[in-house]
Design a binder for this molecule. Structure first.
Ligand SMILES: Nc1nc2c(ncn2[C@@H]2O[C@H](COP(=O)(O)OP(=O)(O)OP(=O)(O)O)[C@@H](O)[C@H]2O)c(=O)[nH]1
Length: 798
């Protein structure tokens, strides 16, 4: 190869290397232990080029036990950029306020205490007086302290010896207890076949973060971009390492194995640590403020720390970060005392001034975010219009100009932050006009644009044939379009939408959209570079999520700020008219209803009265009829003298008695009673007394009979009794009972004042199926004849 070509290649390689190194940001990282899987994510990020892709050249500093205790100080002082910290980093934070944590790799600490089974130290009760081998760093860890404390063991109860980091010392009994990583020592014990006990703080509920990645406030203040990039690339390295354990272990074995660990040892460690990294979380590196607070409270409870921690500054939230200022910036802000900003007072919903001169609109929400980060006020200087705001910015009457596009002309007096709001620009025309896809078609048309807006020059440049007409503000521009004075108006979509919906609904519409979007930044006076870096930091701290969230919130409130009272009054008026009509109609209906009700009530009352009188008449009539019926029945069926049933009734009813007896196959008997020698009674005591004796006789007989029995006067002094359900024998007994009653109860004549003895003769016979009344009487009469014939006052049955 010719010599000059060799020289060219040499210089090419030299300069290309030099230029790459120049482009990459130099970063240093210090781990908390010797090379092992515990730091694999960082090795992988380096080896796989994740750091390089992020613009970083990372140097992983060699670990030494001697320098271990100095790491925090080295980070705080800026000698090292990033470091891996154990769970007691929060203790360091309370002393070194500059520490900022980027993430926590292990959701629970791998630190544990181990004893061998053969030592018979199986519970915490066996701990007092025993030898413990623990490093100064391990002894400081709150999880170990809290676990011992919770089990009533103090470190002073144990004989502490320096850690040899040699597991053989536990196996050989040189110590009783050792502090160890769950990811490492158990493997060595298992391999040696030594049974062991694990005392993990996690089991007592003390699962604290470990392996924090941290840096200093100074570093972040100096280089937010590298901070974010390093965090992102490191986590990417970790995700890769845990997803490709075999490949990672091979890389470690080849390049990062100063402890000469075996493949199996590294895989054991990887598996154990992966569990801790993804414990209760699918996302690696999460950090929760509450959990940090609890850990710090634990130190306080244990009496280890009395300090305080500003958690907002301790945990660096990439999405919503706290902004750290450099010492120079802090000094600048202290001297500056306040930052002033000019805004567009007439550009709602983006921003504006309300009737009290207060800043309102979407951009105010962004200012409020900035205000939280700034130690000094951010003050709005009121102006009449955008042109005046520009003029004030030129004259340095305000430090900043809000929502400004970075035009060449403005760059002569302002520098610009990165844009944080991007608006589409649109054309508004009258409602009936056609949509415009190509703005070249607007040639020779009068198009309004707000005077002083940077977009004017852009439109003039791109569409020189459009006649751009200055207007004062968006609303006036739209008014002039509505009146026909202008063909159209160009501005941001949100700004025109705000007024279209408010004041021009149905008159104007969005008829086209520009390809170029409008990117808006904060203009910063270009004679103040420190203010420029401060404003850049503030704008850079806005994540896309924050911007979207502010836009969403302000979009939902913008129409509330200017309430459409015109529409409200009209709506109220219409509602009132409807209610009034309804009430009027209701009133008329009520009156009609009332009248109808009265009429119905009157009619109902009259009908009720009529009904009642009819009812009473019917009742009366029915009563009369019933009475007449009773009278008729009495006349027809009753004997006038004795009030017993008569022969006619007997003839009628006997058929029913016979039928029942036939159907039910029940017995039925007849008594035929005749008063003995009644002619003589009449003769001796007179006919009237004879009548009374007949009545007396009937009364005694009636009292002795059952309700079902039928008692009737057959004629003269002869009476018939029908006894249902009674056979001949039973009815003969009844007849005898009646005979005795009459015999034993002589009639006392009040008129004659004497007892008159009366006796009766009774004939008894039983009904036989199909007997007629005549036949039955005939049979009974035969029996009666026998009773008479045998001397009277007796019963004869047949
Ligand atoms: N006081 C009164 N006597 C009546 C009534 N009906 C019938 N008698 C009388 O009853 C008597 C019946 O007489 P007789 O048929 O001869 O029978 P007896 O005198 O009772 O003699 P023996 O029946 O044979 O014991 C007559 O004197 C009738 O006038 C009545 O309603 N009132």
């Amino acid at each position: 190869m010719p010599r000059n070509i060799k020289i060219f290649i040499f210089f090419f390689i030299l300069f290309s290397h030099f230029s790459t190194a120049e482009e990459l940001k130099q970063i240093t990282l210090k781990t908390s232990w010797f090379q092992q899987f515990q730091f694999a994510g960082y090795y992988i990020a380096k080896e796989k080029g994740f750091y390089q892709q992020a613009g970083l050249n990372v140097t992983i500093e060699p670990f030494t036990i001697k320098s271990q205790s100095q790491t925090v100080q080295q980070v705080v002082s800026g000698q090292i950029d990033f470091a891996v910290g154990k769970e007691d980093l929060i203790l360091d934070k309370s002393k070194h306020k500059q520490i900022v944590v980027l993430y926590a790799l292990f959701q629970s600490s791998p630190l544990t205490l181990l004893t061998t089974k053969s030592s018979n130290i199986d519970t915490f009760a066996d701990f007092p007086g025993k030898r413990i081998m623990t490093s100064a760093a391990d002894a400081k860890q709150v999880s170990i302290k809290a676990m011992l404390n919770a089990n009533h063991i103090r470190l002073s109860d144990l004989k502490q010896t320096p850690h040899s980091h040699n597991i053989e010392d536990l196996i050989n009994g040189k110590t009783d207890i050792i502090s160890a990583y769950i990811s490492k020592s158990p493997y060595q014990l298992q391999k040696r076949g030594v049974d062991f006990n694990t005392f993990s703080p996690q089991y007592d509920g003390f699962d604290l973060y470990s392996d924090y990645l941290y840096t200093s406030e100074h570093f972040i203040a100096k280089d937010v971009k590298s901070t974010k990039s390093f965090k992102k690339a490191s986590l990417k390295g970790w995700e890769y390492a845990f997803a490709h354990i075999d490949e990672t272990v091979e890389i470690l074995l080849e390049k990062y194995n100063e402890q000469n660990l075996t493949k199996e040892e590294l895989i054991f460690e990887a598996v154990a640590l992966k569990k801790l990294a993804y414990l209760n979380t699918p996302k690696i590196g999460v950090i929760n403020k509450t959990k940090i607070q609890k850990s710090f409270d634990l130190y306080r409870v244990l009496g280890i720390n009395e300090g305080t921690i500003d958690y907002e500054k301790f945990i660096y939230d990439t999405e919503n970060p706290h902004i750290f200022f450099t010492a120079a910036e802090q000094k600048y802000l202290k001297n500056k005392q306040k930052i002033t900003i000019c805004i567009d007072p007439n550009w709602l919903p983006y921003e504006g001034l309300d009737s009290n001169g207060q800043h309102i609109g979407t951009n105010k929400a962004f200012f409020d975010i900035f205000r939280k980060q700034l130690p000094i006020p951010l003050e709005v200087i009121p102006t009449e219009n955008w042109l005046e705001s520009i003029e004030f910015a030129k004259q340095r009457k305000c430090d900043l100009l809000s929502l400004a596009a970075a035009t060449e002309e403005r760059k002569s007096y302002l520098s610009f932050t990165p844009p944080y709001l991007v608006f589409p620009r649109v054309l508004v025309t009258k409602y009936h006009l056609p949509f415009v896809n190509n703005f070249s078609l607007l040639a020779n048309k009068r198009i309004g644009m707000v005077k002083g807006y940077a977009q004017q020059s852009l439109v003039r440049e791109n569409y020189p044939n459009i006649i751009v007409v200055d207007v004062d503000n968006v609303k006036n521009g739209l008014k002039r379009v509505a009146s026909g004075e202008l063909y159209g108006f160009i501005d941001g979509l949100e700004a025109v939408s705000y007024f279209l919906k408010e004041d021009f609904l149905g008159q104007l519409k969005v008829s086209g959209k520009f390809d170029q979007k409008r990117e808006l930044s904060i203009g910063v006076r270009n004679d103040d570079p420190t203010l420029q870096t401060i404003m850049n930091k503030l704008v850079n701290s806005l994540s896309q999520e924050t911007i979207a969230s502010v836009m969403d919130t302000s979009n939902s409130i913008k129409y509330i700020e200017k309430f459409n009272y015109h529409l409200l009054w009209w709506s109220l008026f219409i509602v009132i008219v409807i209610i009034a009509c309804f009430l009027y109609r209701q009133n008329i209906l009520n009156k009609l209803n009332k009248r109808l009700s009265t009429q119905i009530e009157e009619k109902t009352k009259a009908l009720q009265e009529l009904n009642e009188s009819l009812e009473s008449k019917i009742k009366e009539r029915t009563k009369k009829i019933e009475h007449s019926k009773d009278l008729l029945r009495d006349v027809a069926y009753k004997d006038n003298l004795t009030n017993t049933f008569n022969r006619h009734y007997l003839i009628e009813q006997s058929q029913l008695f016979f039928k029942t007896a036939d159907e039910l196959n029940e017995p039925l008997s007849m008594l035929l009673i005749d008063i003995d020698y009644f002619k003589k009674v009449n003769d001796d005591f007179g006919h009237i007394t004879g009548d009374k004796i007949l009545k007396y006789f009937v009364k005694i007989i009636q009292e002795a009979l059952r309700v079902d029995d039928l008692f009737a006067r057959y004629g003269g002094e002869e009476f018939v009794i029908l006894l249902p359900k009674a056979g001949l024998e039973e009815s003969t007994i009844v007849a005898e009972k009646l005979r005795k009653k009459i015999e034993q109860q002589p009639y006392l004549s009040p008129r004659l004042n004497c007892y008159i003895n009366v006796t009766i003769s009774i004939g008894v016979s039983e009904y036989e199926q199909s007997d007629s009344l005549e036949k039955l009487i005939e049979k009974t009469d035969i029996a009666l004849y026998q009773a008479k014939d045998n001397g009277r006052n007796q019963v004869q049955s047949i």
